[in-house]
Design a protein around this ligand. Sequence first.
Ligand SMILES: [Zn+2]
Length: 249
Amino acid sequence: MGIEFENLIRLQQIDNELRELSSFLESLPAREKDIDKKIETASAEVEKAREKLSLNQKKRRELEGEAQDLREKIKKYKHQLNEVKTNLEYRSLLKEIEETQQRIDKIEEEIIAKLLEADEIEEEIKKVSSEVAQVKELAEKEKEALHRQQQLAEDKKKQLLEEKSQLTPQIPPDQLELYHKIAAKRQGIALSPVHDEFCSLCHMRIRPQVINELKAGQTIILCENCGRILYWEELSEEETESSKQAVKS
Ligand SMILES: [Zn+2]
């Protein structure tokens, strides 16, 4: 009726891994959303530039229309020049023509400015579009990698659950119950290895005679501070920094 420390330790390892895998799997939808967001943001830049271009073109068409109307007006004035009766009327018509021509000149300058601006916007669209293509390509790769990781995590989870279902019947029910009770209270960690004079999880100092009992491994001893099941873990010199490795052997 010994204490199944080895199996309890393995159970703890499995539960720890399962917890990590679950939280990884739960984080995936948000990560995928982040990637989609990157694509959306980049695409929105192109959309913005396209809207700017269409606004520019609309404004240019308006200006061209205005200039055309004014040219028609000048034609009409020139026609009227032949029909005026007085010098005064003649001079005022000439003045009208001159002023209208000045307005046309000004509008034509604006049209040229719009054309130059359109060239710039088109360049911008080209540049941003190629950036979007890059972002998309990268994002697709990121998603593929995520899906591969997801598959691996799911496979691993299945494998661990299977191992767990074979492992638990080998642990006496009272020990298993205690394990679950403590795990539920301590964020899933029911066991704490000891390899010096401290509980490795809460760092409570352990009395020397308790350490001797731990080394004997015949009874379950709970940490006086955190309440976890303590067990003695012998570490070789190179293993001192990585306790997990030592547990596996
Ligand atoms: Zn403790």
